[in-house]
Write a protein of this length. Structure first.
Length: 225
């Protein structure tokens, strides 16, 4: 039987390669994989390309916001203008009593006729049929530059005429030249107290004061240009 010393003990070198390999595997497995940096220059997949056509609806919305004829309409409105004499429908609103309708018609014909004819409002002719009398008066005063009050004995007796006078003064209390009292058949002392601070046209003068009234209205209209 052979002696045990005849077989040499296994060498420790054979275990070293296996140990190194196991250590390398453990080290490789323990390391975390490095994250790949995302380039900031790379475009997002869901973002629209800047080189592509614009989104539908943007150009149409912009064109709808500014109508194509906006500039032309603004220029035309500025050229025509709504100020001056033509900003109102009438130059004169004629206030009188019912019993002085004939005298008011004569004054109306004089103001509207001849050179420099005026646009006049006469309630018997120009009021809307079926309209409320008070509303028609208020609308006529609002749409007229001047008011001519035909002051007669009938005017002083009529409460409606006094209402017309007060309404005319309330709408233009400090506008000189807009309210023109024409005295017909009355002395200045008989004029209503509300009108005594104003320059009165005397109907006993040339052409019964009609010419003076017309010239006064024309002078006021010239200030509007």
């Amino acid at each position: 039987m052979a002696s045990s010393s005849s077989f040499p003990a296994p060498s420790s070198r054979s275990k070293k390669p296996l140990g190194k390999m196991a250590a390398w595997l453990r080290q490789a497995l323990s390391k975390k994989p490095k994250e790949r940096p995302v380039s900031q220059e790379s475009p997002r997949s869901d973002a629209p390309s800047q080189d592509g056509p614009p989104a539908p609806g943007l150009s149409s919305a912009a064109s709808a916001a500014v109508p194509p004829d906006a500039s032309s309409s603004s220029s035309s409105s500025s050229s025509t203008g709504s100020g001056g004499r033509w900003s109102r429908d009438y130059d004169v609103c004629l206030c009188h009593s019912e019993e002085d309708a004939a005298a008011a018609q004569e004054l109306l014909a004089y103001l509207e006729g001849g050179a420099g004819g005026l646009r006049c409002f006469l309630q018997l002719r120009d009021a809307a049929p079926g309209g409320a009398i008070v509303s028609e008066l208020w609308r006529a005063l609002e749409r007229s530059h001047c008011r001519v009050l035909l002051i007669t004995p009938g005017f002083l007796r009529d409460p409606w005429c006094r209402y017309q006078m007060l309404q005319a003064l309330s709408q233009a209390p400090a506008a000189e030249g807009r309210t023109i009292p024409l005295l017909a058949g009355l002395a200045r002392a008989a004029c209503p107290a509300e009108l005594r601070f104003m320059h009165l046209v005397d109907g006993r003068g040339p052409e019964r004061g009609f010419r003076q009234v017309k010239e006064a209205v024309q002078r006021y209209l010239q200030t509007l240009r």
